[in-house]
Ligand binder design. Structure first.
Ligand SMILES: [Zn+2]
Length: 440
């Protein structure tokens, strides 16, 4: 008896990232209604299914779509506008002055470019926080990725709202607007401890509980943040947030760089997840997050690119390479952050950081979110260990196809849902707008 399915995907190698980390040579994957029905050896899966469509990818490696655990997708429009500066100077002198003039059109164009870059480099889901988030959701809806996103909440006016009350009301409105979209989920996203008050953080937490949403915050990113937090609130960032009830299993903290051993234990005991941003932390010289120690204590850690203004790419393949290298150097131990551990962070760890079970693996019942790399690429020949290639050799530009919920969104240079050349033309106008706002 054969089972009908929408699509049968065949490839030379399938890296499933399932519980056994099964790797299948000469494999196939049956997909129906956007969900993986079966994955296994080509002959067995093909014999058991009657597909409406066959997609034979030949000498390709199919893997779960990568999950970007922390980004500001729309910030692609500020890529390269200011580099080589400390975090606070960079933010206050170059980023905030442009962002105060933001419009929905600028955010939507930047976010669509971010989605294009992520699809092009094998990312299918991301955890986003920015201003005028409704515009980012529109871009995500157009491009077809999955997104957990939230309106950045500040204790001062933003381009999206005049005060914090209106900011929290906007979160409710966004939740109502997008709650029935299967690829877009809402999150409560207070920006950081240094841009909010204790009362505002508590109101964010209460709202997350009330609406049953995840909460995502920048935390313990730099020693400067720690000093500010101690000066303003008399505590270091992690115990400060814990005291306000902010660290729970629904929480994802981005960065978690400046941590004491006790704070790592505290994070572990709360069940909060961490989004680790190695390249952003290196570029802004924020430090190296103690990731091996966090993993050893059972904290779920995903990998994020942060925004393109501080990275400067949204490429999770190069981010995996950087992650592995950073921890080996930090620990002066080449056995630190091995390839499979890093690949796990970029897939399953990302699913935990997005509080979205089923992402980051290709197993029956999981969403058919995947990407396929061309194994004929010179830098991927020969192959002994797929995880090694994905973390140390791939650059993301070997990606031939990216699919979300069984739908092809990128294939061989073409984006299926939007007009990429028109977007490139639009970004030229956006660049002129930015230079005007900076008085350059
Ligand atoms: Zn960030």
């Amino acid at each position: 008896m054969t089972r009908p399915c929408d699509i049968l995907i065949q490839a030379a190698c399938i890296v499933t990232q399932d519980a056994m980390r099964t790797v299948i040579e000469d494999g196939a994957l049956a997909v129906t209604d956007g969900t993986v029905l079966a994955v296994g050896p080509r002959e067995a899966v093909a014999a058991a299914h009657a597909p409406a469509q066959v997609l034979d990818l030949g000498n390709a490696l199919v893997m779960p779509g990568l999950v970007n655990a922390h980004t500001h997708a729309a910030m692609t429009f500020l890529r390269g506008v200011a580099d080589d500066l400390p975090l606070m100077d960079w933010l206050t002198q170059h980023i905030f002055p442009v962002e105060k003039h933001l419009t929905p059109d600028i955010v939507e164009a930047g976010a669509l470019l971010g989605c294009a870059e992520m699809l092009r480099t094998g990312t299918t889901a991301f955890n986003d926080m920015y201003l005028i988030q409704n515009a980012t959701f529109r871009a995500v809806d157009a491009a077809g990725l999955r997104c957990l996103g939230g309106e950045g909440i500040f204790g001062f006016p933003s381009p999206a709202y005049p005060d914090a009350d209106a900011g929290l009301a906007l979160v409710r409105k966004l939740h109502d607007t997008w709650r029935h979209n299967p690829r877009i989920r809402q999150c409560v996203t207070p920006h950081a401890v240094y841009t909010t008050s204790p009362e505002l953080l508590q109101r964010c937490q209460a709202l997350a509980e009330e609406l049953d949403l995840p909460l995502h915050i920048h935390l313990a990113e730099t020693t400067t943040e720690t000093a500010q937090c101690q000066q303003m609130f008399g505590q270091r960032p992690v115990p400060y947030c814990h005291g306000l009830g902010l660290l729970t299993p629904r929480t994802t903290v981005a960065h978690a760089v400046d941590l004491t051993d006790d704070e790592i234990d505290l994070l572990a005991s709360t069940g909060a997840a961490v989004a680790h941003n190695p390249e952003s932390n290196m570029k802004l010289a924020s430090g190296a997050a103690p990731v091996p120690q966090m993993l050893a204590r059972g904290i779920a850690v995903g990998i994020g690119t942060d925004g393109a203004a501080s990275n400067n790419s949204l490429n999770m393949f190069t981010e995996m390479t950087s992650c592995a290298m950073l921890h080996k150097l930090r620990c002066m131990d080449p056995t630190c952050a091995p390839a499979q551990t890093v690949l796990d962070m970029a897939t399953l760890g990302g699913a935990a950081a997005l509080h979205w079970p089923g992402l980051g693996q290709l197993a029956p019942g999981c969403p058919a979110d995947l990407t396929a790399l061309d194994l004929s690429s010179p830098n991927l020949q020969p192959m002994y260990n797929p995880a090694s290639h994905l973390v140390y050799a791939a650059t993301g530009h070997e990606v031939r196809l990216t699919m979300v919920a069984g739908e092809v969104l990128y294939q061989d240079g073409r984006f299926t849902r939007f007009d990429y050349p028109a977007l490139v033309a639009q970004m030229r106008d956006v660049r002129r707008w930015v230079l005007d706002k900076l008085g350059r």
